[in-house]
Design a protein around this ligand. Structure first.
Ligand code: S3P
Length: 161
């Protein structure tokens, strides 16, 4: 699962895994276990690029696991190695949401380091403009998340795979 923060990668991914009888793996959770602190704290202490290096390592390892649903961090597609590993080894689903919809979902969320800025909506629009082409380049399937419920999204994805 790839997509911007708040697009539902973890929620939809967890339900999809249950439906398909597969394990669910979240790359951000794995990274937090490895770091022993939250990603937000790590961003503050070490900066984004150091986080991206660790993310490359984790995605390289996690994309080797057969038979699981993997939810990735929203910025994973920024690094070419991740895009190659994901597209080459996995069936990649892009959960597409508009920046305005994401803003509605995330405006009270304090755990997304990139959105702790004065104007998160503009930030989401910028992230969307930068990343939407990268998600599309990486993904085998694009799923629109606007209206359908989680259960409907899971069924739509399961039918495509
Ligand atoms: C990031 C998204 C986060 C997390 C990190 C960076 C991003 O994951 O990997 O804070 O660059 O968009 P979610 O997409 O699960 O919020």
């Amino acid at each position: 699962m790839v997509g911007l923060p708040g697009s539902g990668k973890s929620t939809v991914g967890r339900h999809l895994a249950r439906k398909l009888g597969l394990a669910f793996v979240d790359s951000d959770n794995r990274i937090e276990q490895r770091l022993g602190c939250s990603i937000r704290e790590f961003f503050e202490l070490e900066g984004e690029q150091r986080f991206r290096d660790i993310e490359v390592d984790e995605i390289a390892a996690l994309t080797q696991i057969a038979g699981c649903v993997l939810s990735t961090g929203g910025g994973s597609v920024l690094r070419a190695e991740n895009r190659e590993h994901l597209r080459g080894r996995c069936k990649v689903v892009y959960l597409r949401s508009s920046p305005d919809e994401l803003y509605r979902r995330l405006r009270h969320d304090r755990n997304r380091p990139l959105l702790q800025v004065a104007d998160p909506l503009t930030k989401l629009r910028d992230l969307y403009a930068e990343r939407d082409p990268l998600y599309r380049e990486t993904a085998h399937y694009v799923i629109e998340t606007g209206r359908p419920s989680v259960a409907m999204l899971v069924n739509m994805i399961a039918m495509q795979l």
